[in-house]
Design a protein around this ligand. Structure first.
Ligand code: FES
Length: 101
């Protein structure tokens, strides 16, 4: 279990007692303007729901990102660790990747 420590405005150390969860995998879904229009926003919602029902929060987390400067290949997403990127993906390929890695 990890605890998140931070300094408050009076520079005193605070320890937040909530559990700091580090997932095994993180799926980053670009929802920038180009990717968002090409399915990125829908993919983010679908992947979030899929992760919730098929994986636990400690197994995979889905995070939306802004533009990653790969608009030419929109929509794009990546899964970490492993540095795996998908470009011009179909939603079922992303769900498959979530199960494989
Ligand atoms: S909007 Fe997704 S890479 Fe630019």
């Amino acid at each position: 279990m990890f605890y998140l420590c931070c300094f408050n405005v009076n520079n005193k150390l605070s320890i937040l007692m909530g559990k700091f969860t580090i997932p095994d995998k993180v799926l980053y879904v670009c929802v920038g303007s180009k990717c968002g229009k090409r399915g990125g926003k829908d993919m983010f919602k679908l992947a979030k729901s899929y992760a919730k029902h098929h994986h636990g929060p400690e197994e995979i987390e889905v995070i939306e990102t802004e533009c990653t400067d790969r608009c030419k290949y929109a929509p794009i997403c990546s899964i970490q660790p492993g540095n795996t990127w998908l470009k011009e993906y179909h939603p079922k390929d992303v769900l498959k990747l979530m199960d494989l890695i």
